[in-house]
Ligand binder design. Sequence first.
Ligand code: SF4
Length: 364
Amino acid sequence: MLPGLYVHVPFCARKCPYCDFYSISALDLIPAWLGALEREVGLLAPSFPGPFETLFLGGGSPSLLTADDLGTLFEILGRLPLAPGAEATIEANPEDVTEGKARSWKGVGLSRVSLGVQSFNARWLNDSLSRNHTPADNREAIAAVAAAGLELSLDLIFAHAGQTPQEWAADLDQAAASWASHVSAYVLSPAPGTPLGRALAAGLAPRLPGEEATSELFLLTGEALAMRGFERYEVSNFARGGAVCRHNLKYWRREPYLGLGPSAHSFDGRRRWANQASVRRWAAALGAGRRPLEFMEELSPGQIRLEEIMLGLRLSEGLAAGLVQPSGALDDLIANGLLVSDGPRLRPTPRGLLAADAMARLLA
Ligand code: SF4
């Protein structure tokens, strides 16, 4: 199986209050980031010759890169060849997308845009998420991606404070009514260290929906998108016409991938490692000819089995039944409609996907 390639573009115009991905707003460091990335590719290309089946430019905000920056990036990545028919995705913020920019993405060989619309309702975009863009920006960006002939995935966030099922259904309707072939729908769950996480803990932000209300919205997501031809293939991911994200499936199926850039993670089937989550430290290590590692670990057989169970329970395709010992807990999950056993595989139902992590703790 061919590996995937991930490149972390660690720049954002400003930090969103709920986000804990590594990014900085010092855009003047983009040339230094490109220079260090070239060194990282030079260091790793002999051991990871490719070809790569997928490329994912994530972040951060890769859509901030100018056409010149992107051209330089693809020259650097030329030493890590993509396989014929590779999926090549760029994450984009709607306010960055113009028709010219989308055409430049197509021109360098990108095939797919993962567009962070988050919501089509100004109340959630502005009051809940403090995002820079508007519903009109969403519509314009979707049209620009269409004009450039790229595949489209839409990212949505739900379970805002006070959000009703009807309001969430209206958001889903707008996403599904577009020509997007892929939707990712995530529960708003700010990490404790983020500004929104701290405000919630201190009672300074409106409380988010509780477990029961969030579960209702989660189940509604699958039902509403199914009516528009989308199949849920992972807890938060839906595709129609088979347009699954081949890159993200590599993470969940434990296939190898190489991550470049600060904070990027990698997996070679046996070991996992992560780069340092700081542009300066990552670049300094590379400048000294060293791998910029935060950690590297070799997985034990027990850890591998645990990962296979945890990740398999997040996928509609489920996991090999042989990974799980017969037990009363397993029988209960099947009897309660959270898992379906079809002989060689155990598959989570929609309610089971909602409880994937809890099921993994019971079965591992
Ligand atoms: S949510 Fe996206 S745009 Fe906002 S800070 Fe995080 S990576 Fe940047």
